[in-house]
Design a protein around this ligand. Sequence first.
Ligand code: TRP
Length: 465
Amino acid sequence: MGKISNTRIFLIMANIESSGRDGFTSKFGVLAAAAGSAIGLGNVWRFPYLMGQNGGAAFLIIYLGIVLGIGVSVMLSEFIIGRSAGQNAYGAFKKLSPKKPWFLVGFMGIVAAFVILAFYSTIAGWTLEYIYLSAVDAFSGKSSDDLQSIFVSFTQSDIRPLIWQLIFMAITAWIVYLGIQKGIEKYSKILMPSLFIILLILCVRSLTLENASVGLNFMFNPDFSKIDSSVILNALGQAFFSLSVGMGALITYGSYVNKSNNLSNTSFQVSIADTLVAILAGVVIFPAVFSFGLDPKEGPGLAFVVLPNIFQQMTGGVFFAVLFFLLLAIAALTSTISVLEVVVAYFIEELKMSRLKATIISSFSISIIGVFCTLSFGAFRNFKIFEKTIFDLMDFFASNILLPLGGLLIVVYVGWFLNLSLVKSEVTNEGTLKGRFFGVFIFIIRFVAPLAIMLVFLNGLGIFN
Ligand code: TRP
């Protein structure tokens, strides 16, 4: 080997070492990790119950419009910020726009991560209890009413839900501590496709139930008179929540993506996969809701009451129930990891903590807030502010306020404040990709998305009509 190539190798090594950051190793790894973040309880638990409360098909149509018209572009914007800066959500803004207040957007994302993980871990804990209940065959022979009271007495009890929540937080912290790429990349690649296949099997069972068509009608036959500004705000909040955008989770993940990745394709593929899983979850849940005479407006318990009903009417129900809740727990885990990583990356890079210390401090403080969310189904269930429990309030604040606001500022930043040639170079990988939709993308993030988000947001909050 000649002298030159030795020097070159040295330079490359030095470069890798000086950046000193984890990174995804393959294109599919990026896709799996980002889809792992996007696909979670938002799809299987939150989407169906919101759809049930917000008029069914009409909600779905608005949701799809928002994902395609705005969501994909917000996602791409986050990836652009993250990859070009190579920093955590807060540091990225500081690096790209030093001495400007844009870092506040990153900071808001850190706050949102605290709030989201606090209430998300409550539901994630429920999935663990349901793995256990499935395994001990607690659903067989039970009526809808029985299954409902199993759910209610579990969520209202003082200790069990808390223990599961803390266990879930501990697992999340453990994986984040280990460093994300090996764990997440490897697991997401196997688990996401498995979840998809089980959902398909459940679809078949649900669609062959009596009265399945009533559920399908509810899902796909829109009644536009049901649409009002709060329905639209809920759809916007759900779209951002489900795609994991608006708080810098994908800025953080983007910073681990290598320069040869086609960011537009990744954004599009992740959004499609995420939406497919949400629709499949709806196709499992709604036919069953109507077939078992349950109420689609049931709220956060919807999936946890309906799914056991389906399982106990299936051959091999115990097996499928265990498998399903296991996969749901893991889907939730690949999401909680991405939320915690936002905070941990910030603590490490900005506050100069070790990964261990950052993980312990962040997961511990989030768990403390989380306890209140869990208890708001039990001991604190009658404590309400603006007619909302603590849980509902945190969810509303994060999903319907922080995420849309974050998404708005992110697209405005990339559209109007980030150097256009830098944006173009990120989208086209320095001119090596065609970037056919670049013009559309810029138009969306400059005009369509900011206007739409602002209108929906102010309208939905009743500030402007
Ligand atoms: N998208 C995940 C879900 O649907 C939840 C989630 C993960 C998230 N990371 C996020 C939500 C970042 C908002 C922002 O389950």
